[in-house]
Design a protein around this ligand. Structure first.
Ligand code: GLN
Length: 480
């Protein structure tokens, strides 16, 4: 049914609005076809894949949608790009994003904000972010699939908002070599595709050890992960976290969640309520940790080594500001500056104990919550932590508490209201767990009074124990 509605949708988009007006793609190469160097892995021959523009490519510029990197071209390809090319894929286009991946609506891109192909009463919708360009490229059929990055939800949220599949694998499985850092301990390369089978295929090509990435999981551990966390299709225990049943959940999302759970129950799975008490603090902890890491990672953009330097004679002090300060002042947008300031404050000697250290403790509690409810042991831990009474194989939650807002509604939203949208995606990021967003059709009742141009699906999230990526994808397939 989803494939059908996607097909209908693709047709609709091309008839109504040319994808070019949506600003999904920032650079495009005409002939990007690449010869498969490894015939045994030539499974992606003829497939066009869009790459989020914070992942470096030698044949096209990489800007992370920031003025500070305008004019920058990497001398090498990111490992994930190289793997796709070796498998025969053509990397034709670089997809837009929120500057450095900071945002949830892809509106902070330096060049131009990304627009969803969907609309409500004539008002364009948010494509979600920060991998909004990647999601729109897949939704409109401009690309067969796309790479994104997910630090706190940036693959899953735009996938949910654009009606496509978005998968964030376990932290450390996909190489970050050549991925421009936002918050290293959370940054994860993810994939977006029209269906779960295609997302799984892409994941399979990319899921290899990389010696260039110090956080890449070793081959020995990868072997232990095979079949980890359960991957059978029948008789699974599915957990529903109490703490995700929040007031902000809107009616259509709640209905879609209930509908999905009852379908799973009918298919022979058992639905169990579980409690993840640290969820309530997870979002606040994320918005301390991610900016703290960002403030450190972004210190290198000083106009000396990369990208765009302030104009005018080199190092001529303007208003007594040194070259690097002028470059940074001109090069970073408002949201990036806000994060750098927040992060630098959280790490300062007066605040570190109350903010950064506390947030690290919350992160550990969030990880322990998940370890307590999952039947499978966390393969990264030496000994099993205490288990809850009812243990589960996977968790099912909505990806976001509401359907995508219109771009006009966004303008009225405060910064903190914007951060709220990540409430369901951030916990799995803090714990490094695999999480998949699958579009499920909107329940009939919700669709009745809806605009025909509106997104007709709701993103459902499947979360699994660390390393249970295959099982998450397999269960996700049954939700389509
Ligand atoms: N919206 C979140 C943020 O702004 C997540 C971003 C991401 O995952 N890159 O930090």
């Amino acid at each position: 049914a989803l494939l059908l509605s996607l097909r209908r949708f693709n047709h609709h988009v091309s008839a109504q609005k040319q994808p070019t007006g949506l600003n999904a793609i920032v650079h495009q190469t005409r002939d990007a076809s690449s010869a498969a160097t490894n015939p045994s892995a030539s499974s992606l021959v003829g497939k066009t894949i869009a790459v989020k523009d914070n992942i470096v490519t030698a044949s096209q510029p990489t800007t992370a949608a920031s003025k500070v990197l305008s004019g920058f071209t990497s001398p090498f390809d990111a490992t994930v790009v190289k793997l796709l090319q070796d498998a025969g894929a053509s990397i034709g286009s670089k997809a837009s994003l929120d500057e450095f991946g900071m945002g949830s609506h892809s509106q902070t891109a330096f060049n131009s904000p990304v627009v969803s192909p969907f609309s409500r009463n004539g008002e364009p919708l948010s494509p979600g972010g920060s991998s909004g360009g990647s999601a729109v490229a897949v939704a409109t059929g401009e690309a067969w699939a796309a790479l994104g990055t997910d630090t706190g939800g940036s693959v899953r949220l735009p996938a949910a908002y654009c009606g496509v599949v978005g998968f964030k694998p376990s932290y450390g499985l996909l190489s970050r070599w050549g991925v421009i850092q936002y918050a290293n301990s959370l940054d994860t390369v993810g994939v977006l595709a029209g269906n779960v089978v295609d997302a799984a295929k892409l994941f399979g090509v990319l899921n290899v050890y990389d010696k260039n990435d110090p956080t890449s999981v070793s081959d020995a551990v990868r072997q232990r992960l095979t079949g980890h966390g359960g991957s059978k299709r029948k008789g699974l225990r599915i957990g529903v976290p109490d703490e995700y049943n929040i007031e902000e959940l809107t009616a259509p999302v709640r209905r879609a969640w209930k509908g999905t759970l009852s379908r799973l129950q009918k298919a022979g799975h058992t639905i169990l309520p579980v409690s993840l008490p640290a969820t309530r603090q997870a979002l606040s902890a994320y918005y301390v940790l991610a900016p703290a890491e960002a403030s450190s990672n972004l210190a290198k953009y000083d106009g000396i080594r990369y990208g765009n330097r302030t104009s005018g004679p080199d190092a001529l002090p303007k208003e007594d500001l040194p070259l690097y300060a002028q470059t940074r002042g001109e090069g970073f947008g408002d949201e990036v500056r806000r994060r750098i300031l927040l992060g630098a404050y959280a790490l300062s000697s007066e605040a570190i104990d109350n903010y950064f250290i506390q947030a690290q403790k919350v992160r550990r509690l969030v990880q322990q919550d998940f370890d307590r409810v999952f039947a499978a042991q966390n393969p990264l831990l030496d000994s099993a932590e205490g288990h809850a009474n009812d243990v589960v194989d996977f968790l099912i939650t909505p990806t976001a508490p509401r359907l995508p807002p219109t771009l006009a509604e966004l303008k009225r939203q405060t910064t903190v209201e914007g951060y709220m949208l990540d409430v369901f995606t951030v916990p799995a990021s803090l714990a490094g767990l695999p999480a998949l967003s699958v579009p499920v059709p909107l329940p009939e009742k919700a669709r009745k009074d809806m605009d025909a141009d509106d997104v007709q699906s709701v993103g459902m999230q499947v979360i699994g124990q660390y390393g249970s990526d295959e099982g998450v994808l397999e269960l996700g397939r049954t939700l389509e």
